[in-house]
Design a protein around this ligand. Structure first.
Ligand SMILES: *Cc1c(COP(=O)(O)O)cnc(C)c1O
Length: 466
């Protein structure tokens, strides 16, 4: 399998280099040169497989020769063995034609565990084979940091440094990072905002000699391998509901456009998808785009679903590549104009041609609270606020009542217990694996918002080697 950059200038790479590189050298994102396609008989033969076996089958064409099939199968089985539900990604029926796909059974209770648990192991495997060590750096406002730490902890081939804004992440989110007791995990509490943390990370990557000396790498959602891992649960859900003989619709709470893009990838790989609902909170830039063809930025407003408080969705560039006829120069042009003016326009004809699967809608905080309360009243079930946005927007804009609608439940309600309690009066309990989270000792180093001080800290603790 060969991978090309959305901006058309970076070298064409095979899977292993795409995995370790993340962002392409021309600033673009990697995508398969052409989608691997499963036929209807292929899909039929996958129905009923355990999650890890299905995952191996779905991802193997994307991996190509990078890993032997049995090595990959062993790594995948290991990645999902710690999830606390036998189905890994169970489907829960809500009504005749509505389902929730629960993606919160991993170690940190959000869907990001599904790609990151596998990514950490793939990195480790490749680095050990090459005899290399990396330094992973990231900034987090919440879910990504803890999922990345859990994925990289205790791995000899990497050290991980996660920056979070001191006093500005929820207590559960902070403790999920700071209570991890592993020698290669380093939490840095920055005296500043999330944007300050991101600027510090960018500053470290832009310092070329520092970046090369410490072999910096990132595990954010621009990495193709994350998208690849996320296609698997779309296959699992659709096969369970009758694919390839029946079409399925999905509603996806969206921030960086990574998760819903994985649904688009699955459709391109032959899965019979009828509709992909892009569900946003009050930060509705994507909803406005799919309505009008115009992408225009506004300021980010905080909401009850903080993991979707995003204006510029990094993974959107992958769809833009198709909208621009897979012409990297056109993508550069559109992105350049967007950077300069805060706005870009895509030909509505192209949207109809290449993005017909997508429909988008948004829900504000009061709608989110009402959706959580409504579900609790009717069924006793608690939804996290991100999932509630997905469910309600999916109900509002679904096309076809005869097609099952699957909402991706992206976090466990206990991860956002304040919002859930505000809506229902009930405070959801943490699952057993985290029941003692509030008593565990925390480890974090407070550092001022100062690039040189953060670099000194990283340099003193990283064991990276070329
Ligand atoms: C990250 C996250 C999202 C948004 O996913 P994207 O891939 O960025 O669109 C939604 N819900 C939760 C709980 C998340 O952690």
């Amino acid at each position: 399998m060969r991978y090309v950059s959305t901006r058309g200038e970076a070298p064409v790479l095979e899977f292993e280099d795409v995995l370790l590189t993340g962002l392409a050298r021309d600033g673009g994102l990697y995508l398969p040169d052409s989608w691997p396609v499963f036929s209807a008989p292929d899909l039929t033969s996958m129905a009923g497989l355990p999650y890890d076996e299905l995952a191996g089958r779905v991802m193997m064409p994307c991996i190509g020769d990078a890993l032997a099939e049995d090595d990959f199968a062993r790594i995948v089985t290991d990645a999902y063995s710690g999830f606390d539900h036998a189905a890994v990604a169970p489907l829960v029926q809500l009504s005749d034609d509505e389902w929730l796909l629960e993606l919160f059974h991993g170690p940190t209770l959000a869907f990001k565990d599904y790609p990151l648990q596998l990514l950490g192991r793939l990195f480790d495997h490749v680095l050990n084979r090459r005899g290399e060590r990396l330094t992973i750096i990231g900034a987090t406002s919440g879910d990504t940091g803890s999922a990345a730490i859990e994925a990289c902890r205790d791995r000899d081939s990497m050290d991980i440094f996660i920056l979070h804004p001191r006093g500005r992440v929820s207590e559960v989110q902070r403790r999920q990072m700071t209570t991890v007791d592993a020698a290669n995990v380093h939490n840095i509490a920055i005296d500043g905002t999330f944007d300050d943390c991101q600027d510090l990370v960018k500053g470290m990557f832009n310092d070329i000699s520092f970046r090369d000396a410490l072999k910096l790498s990132a595990v954010n959602s621009i990495n193709w391998a994350r998208i690849m891992c996320q296609t698997v649960y779309y296959f699992a859900a659709a096969l369970a509901l009758g694919a390839p003989d029946r079409k399925v619709a999905f509603s996806v709470p969206t921030g960086n456009f990574g998760n819903v893009f994985a649904g688009y990838a699955a459709a391109n790989m032959g899965l019979p998808v009828r509709q992909l609902v892009v569900a946003t909170n009050r930060n509705d830039i994507l909803a406005r785009f799919f309505d009008s063809g115009e992408m225009s930025v506004r300021t980010v407003e905080p909401s009850l679903s903080p993991s979707m408080d995003i204006q510029v969705s990094s993974n959107f560039e992958r769809l833009l590549f198709d909208l621009a006829g897979r012409d990297g120069a056109k993508v550069c042009d559109l992105i350049g104009r967007f950077r300069e003016t805060g706005s870009m326009v895509v030909d509505p004809q192209k949207l109809t041609e290449h993005a017909a699967l997508f429909d988008a809608g948004s829900l504000d905080d009061s709608g989110t609270l009402a959706a959580i309360a409504g579900m609790h009243r009717s069924s006793g079930k608690l939804l996290d606020p991100h999932t509630a946005v997905g469910l309600q927007v999916g109900r509002d804009i679904r096309h076809d009542e005869t097609v099952p609608m699957v909402t991706l439940a992206t976090a466990h309600p206990s991860k956002f217990s304040d919002a859930v309690e505000q809506a229902t009066g009930v405070r959801p309990a943490l699952p057993p694996r985290l029941a003692d989270l509030m008593e565990r000792p925390e480890r974090a180093t407070e550092i001022a918002n100062d690039l040189a001080l953060v670099q000194d800290f990283v340099r003193a603790r990283s064991k990276a080697t070329a």
